[in-house]
Design a protein around this ligand. Structure first.
Ligand SMILES: Nc1nc2c(c(=O)[nH]1)N[C@H]1C(S)=C(S)[C@@H](COP(=O)(O)OP(=O)(O)OC[C@H]3O[C@@H](n4cnc5c(=O)[nH]c(N)nc54)[C@H](O)[C@@H]3O)O[C@H]1N2
Ligand SMILES: Nc1nc2c(c(=O)[nH]1)N[C@H]1C(S)=C(S)[C@@H](COP(=O)(O)OP(=O)(O)OC[C@H]3O[C@@H](n4cnc5c(=O)[nH]c(N)nc54)[C@H](O)[C@@H]3O)O[C@H]1N2
Ligand SMILES: [Mo]
Length: 648
């Protein structure tokens, strides 16, 4: 800090996971913090919806307008006509799921099913393992085999990388299973280009080889699993030769991978959420998460699997969110089908949308539908934002939000086991306010007198820590204040499934793989029109649509990687402007013909700010609002399209 300004942002060298470095996107956070584009005052819309013309108003006018509209909507249509929309702007519990939840429960607003990121994978883990737990990142250094399965570690989980480097120095092998060759895959000992959405078939094929060759851990299987008999029968349907056709990975390589996986100890799988963004995402995660149960890899420090660690943060969420304030139990709306909710939902229709920590105009599937909804003149939209996003352009009332450097919050994680407290280090600029404060003020305007709306941030943190769960034993606000980050009260090493609390059931009867409808082996009529599989994974230098205001990020997210075999017949060379389209819509990008993707697959990093594109749409215009097989998640990576060269 210098003269009240932050001048440098670094990682904490004493943190066992981050070890003093910050990822590329957060390394530039101060640019964002002090950007001239920060929203600093409440505003109301004066132009057409989406046009982005606003006039400054006072907080008093803003709150009064919102309270009056919410009250009249509630009176006319019922409180369920109000829909909150929030997700990943912050991982802070108070600003992400605190006063806001209390406010909407007390109002009786529709509840939001927050499925946009991880619900298929989460539901799959619950069904196989019974908990959202996994291998500690610090243990990866002990592994002898590391498999990155739909996990672009260098881009999305940079803090795991040093442990992998360490393991490899000690002789570990590193394999990647990914339809795209990005930075992580380029550094692998072996990269398997898998057909999108076919991971369950590969996992079942590997199980077949492991069982055929008696490479399973008979002791672990006998003591900690059920259903091995049915599994043996089921995997007969997945001989490597058949799996090769489904996945694009030659049968001999499937056999070799299965043998290496089953005979190397410790062996760990870094599964990330990439695999579960397909129509078969739930099944994929279920099948993959059974592999370490078959080989007993859970027993070894440095073995096992990590999709997430979030289940260890057994905080008193109910005390924070207070669902009991909504005694009637309002309906639930799936956030992955926002377009549907805004254009088709009835009894009651959505009349007010309150968006915070999210940019649905850019990040949600079936974008034309979403925008059709946001355009509705009779929809009252409130947006709490730091930047003038595409969603902000549709706001009736736009409220300026603080950043994580400006407000108190408690942070959980999904890639490690440390709970973290952050206090503001910078004064809130202009008239910005935290989400907690905005919902506190709104509650008062609405006349909600429940004492919970007077709770302080510290009081809410104490509530969260007071669940009584042994994982939180000894963790107090005072201790967090002193230490900033605290490892959950877990055994060391923490081997979550070495002795699982309940038996892992293979549930083989339901392990049936069908290719996604939108895939090369899916609907043939659709594929005749739209022959390319589009994948829109994360961008290195941004965080979903956050940082999308930066020109460099815009360039990175405006590129379509294609294989020469797909580019040549379309007359496309690197640098050409191309149009991507299917029945749902179209958008334009710049082609790059390189070695990143195999034939039949195209890739554009996400998520671009639509308004920076000439046609004001990004690739989510192409994505359907079908839901995953489990958990009601979006299917971002099951998307068939056609590509043509634009008139240059
Ligand atoms: N730099 C950066 N880091 C981020 C984010 C970001 O936007 N940018 N976002 C954060 C968030 S919200 C999340 S949820 C995590 C997500 O972290 P990840 O899950 O690692 O990210 P994704 O890019 O969604 O997917 C990872 C990989 O899965 C591959 N993939 C796609 N489809 C399939 C498939 O069918 N099978 C297989 N095997 N692989 C497939 C993609 O090509 C990609 O390389 O990252 C977090 N970290
Ligand atoms: N095509 C495609 N689409 C995707 C994905 C993909 O891989 N491909 N990934 C999906 C995934 S995994 C996720 S998690 C979602 C993420 O989608 P979102 O949850 O919408 O996340 P962001 O796009 O980062 O937008 C978050 C917004 O919150 C704002 N914000 C940050 N902190 C605060 C705060 O404290 N208060 C307020 N009021 N606002 C704040 C930021 O300025 C930013 O504009 O996107 C999904 N969409
Ligand atoms: Mo996410």
């Amino acid at each position: 800090m210098r003269d009240g300004q932050a001048v440098q942002l670094r990682g904490d060298a004493t943190h066992p996971v981050t070890q003093g470095f910050v990822c590329g996107k957060v390394a530039r956070y101060l640019e964002r913090q002090y950007s001239p584009e920060r929203l600093l005052h409440p505003q109301k819309r004066i132009g057409a919806k989406g046009e982005g013309r606003f006039a400054r108003i006072s907080w008093d006018e803003a709150l009064e307008t919102i309270a009056a509209r919410l009250n009249s909507i509630r009176a006319e249509h019922g409180a369920e006509a109000v829909l909150p929309y929030s997700y990943a702007g912050t991982m802070g519990l108070l600003n992400g799921a605190g006063m806001d939840r209390r406010f909407f429960h007390r109002l009786g607003a529709s509840r939001l099913d927050r499925t946009i990121c991880s619900s298929a994978g989460g539901a799959a883990l619950e069904s196989t393992l019974g908990a959202r737990l996994g291998t500690e990142p610090e243990r990866f250094r002990h592994a002898r085999l590391i498999v990155a399965w739909g996990a672009n570690i260098l881009a999305t989980n940079a803090h795991l990388w040093p442990f992998i480097v360490q393991a490899r120095r000690n002789g570990a092998r590193f394999c990647v299973i990914d339809p795209v060759r990005d930075r992580t895959a380029a550094l692998a000992d072996k990269h398997f280009f898998i057909h999108p959405g076919s991971d369950a078939a590969l996992a079942l094929g590997m199980m077949r080889v492991i069982l055929d060759e008696h490479l399973e851990d008979a002791d672990y299987v006998a003591r900690h699993t059920t259903g091995i008999g049915e599994l043996r029968k089921k995997v007969r349907d997945y001989p490597p030769e058949r799996v090769a056709g489904l996945t694009g990975i030659p049968a001999e390589q499937i056999r070799a991978l299965a043998r290496e996986y089953a005979t190397t100890r410790p062996a760990v799988i870094r599964l990330n959420y990439g695999v579960q963004r397909s129509e078969r995402g739930g099944l994929s995660v279920r099948a993959i998460s059974l592999l370490p149960a078959l080989t007993g890899a859970w027993k070894d420090p440095g073995g096992g699997l990590q999709l997430t660690t979030s289940g260890a943060f057994r905080l008193n969420r109910a005390g924070l969110e207070m669902p009991e304030l909504d005694a009637r139990g309002a309906r639930t709306v799936n956030m992955s089908r926002l377009g549907h909710a805004l254009t088709e939902l009835d009894t009651p229709p959505v009349k007010a949308l309150v968006v915070y920590n999210s940019n649905p105009a850019a990040i949600a599937p079936h974008q034309n539908r979403v925008i059709e909804g946001l355009r509705r003149e009779d929809l009252f939209t409130v947006v709490l934002e730091q930047f003038q996003t595409d969603t902000a352009d549709y706001a009736d009332i736009l409220l300026p939000a603080t950043t994580f450097l400006e407000h108190t919050d408690l942070y959980f994680a999904y890639g490690h086991y440390y709970l973290q407290l952050a206090r503001p280090v910078v004064a809130a600029p202009g008239e910005t306010k935290s989400n907690v404060e905005v919902f506190r003020l709104l509650a008062r305007r609405m006349g909600f007198e429940d004492p919970c709306f007077g709770d302080s941030e510290d009081g809410m943190i104490r509530t969260l820590l007071g669940s009584g769960d042994p994982f939180l034993g000894g963790i107090t606000l005072e201790r967090l204040e002193r230490e900033h980050f605290v490892r959950l009260n877990l055994p060391d090493p923490f081997l979550p499934f070495a002795e699982p609390a309940r038996k892992i059931d293979f549930q083989a009867a339901t392990l049936d793989y069908q290719p996604p409808v939108e895939s090369r082996h899916g609907d043939t009529a659709l594929r005749a029109l739209y022959p390319l599989e589009l994948i829109t994974p994360k961008n290195h230098d941004s965080l979903n649509s956050s940082f999308g205001h930066r020109a460099e990020v815009d360039r990175q997210t405006a590129t379509l990687a294609m294989h020469g075999a797909d580019a040549a017949p379309r007359g496309i060379v690197s640098g050409d402007r191309v149009r991507l389209f299917n029945a749902r819509g179209s958008c334009e990008l710049t082609a790059e013909v390189d070695g990143a993707v195999p034939p039949g697959v195209v890739r554009a990093a996400s998520v671009r700010w639509n308004k920076r594109a000439p046609d004001r749409r990004n690739t989510n215009v192409l994505v359907s609002d079908r839901l995953t097989d489990l958990g009601g998640g979006p299917v971002f990576y099951s998307c068939l399209i056609q590509v043509e060269k634009c008139a240059q």
